[in-house]
Design a binder for this molecule. Structure first.
Ligand SMILES: Nc1ncnc2c1ncn2[C@@H]1O[C@H](COP(=O)(O)OP(=O)(O)OP(=O)(O)O)[C@@H](O)[C@H]1O
Ligand SMILES: [Mg+2]
Length: 234
């Protein structure tokens, strides 16, 4: 596939953590581009800095140095409030642990990111229902997280990430806790969602099958990009 429009651009990203008197330099100058519609896999050994980088790309954490531009917006020029609003409107997140709220049903969880937008509740319900159906959970709308399987919870988390029509979805080891079958099903789902609506995904993964099916694989080693590979995926 050919990708033309650069959606996300990261330039010279550094992240230094202060631990007492010590400084730990975790990211040491990361430059990367993500194109619209592209699936990018971030790989690397445990502790390499993948989650740290994903949090910065998604505006959940600020870099010590460097800039991230998403759809033409330099996100770290924003105040914390403006940035969190931008995140809510522009970025969807899926984490290793689903982070669904246990006292709410699947459909309420999916509606959650849109609740603050002040939109009509019936409209939101219809959209959440559509998304749950899209991830194969049309028959589980009223189940609470404790009444869903691990794979189903992750699929609900994917539906929730899509609720505000994000320009980009960031996923941190979304299948890390799933068995092989559920993990394959989740990957297939992410690919379908991406190809169908030209959605953009950045996915941190240890799963080499998943990485080899991504359009681009970026490997992080010791806080730097050690390898960048384009795959010819249809
Ligand atoms: N708040 C923090 N303060 C200090 N060091 C931190 C902090 N958060 C993470 N680190 C360190 O930064 C390094 C990178 O962490 P990160 O979570 O990004 O790794 P990762 O590549 O996602 O690893 P994994 O595959 O195990 O999830 C680790 O060595 C970690 O100990
Ligand atoms: Mg991690």
């Amino acid at each position: 596939m050919d990708f033309e429009q650069v959606l996300l651009q990261a330039r010279d990203i550094h992240r230094v953590y202060k631990l007492g008197k010590n400084k730990v330099h975790i990211l040491k100058g990361i430059n990367l581009d993500v194109h619209k519609g592209e699936i990018v896999a971030l790989t690397g050994h445990s502790g390499a800095g993948k989650s740290t980088l994903l949090q910065i790309l998604g505006g959940l954490d600020r870099p010590s140095e460097g800039a991230v531009e998403i759809d033409g917006t330099n996100i770290f020029k924003k105040s914390d409030d403006a940035l969190s609003q931008f995140r809510n409107q522009t970025i969807g997140f899926v984490f290793q642990f689903h982070h669904l709220l246990s006292e709410f049903t699947a459909i309420e969880n999916v509606m959650m990111p849109a609740m603050i937008s002040g939109k009509n509740k019936n409209e939101l319900y219809g959209k959440a229902e559509y998304l749950l159906d899209e991830v194969g959970l049309g028959h589980r709308l009223k189940h609470r997280p404790g009444e869903l399987s691990g794979g189903e919870m992750q699929r609900a988390a994917v539906a929730r990430a899509l609720m505000n029509d994000p320009k980009i979805v960031m996923a941190d080891e979304p299948s890390g806790n799933l068995d092989q079958g559920s993990s394959n099903a989740l990957h297939k789902l992410l690919w379908q969602l991406s190809r169908k609506d030209n959605r953009t995904f950045v996915i941190v993964t240890h799963n080499m099958d998943l990485a080899s099916n991504a359009d681009k694989v970026i490997e992080i080693f010791d806080g730097r990009i050690s390898k960048e590979q384009l795959n010819q995926v249809v």
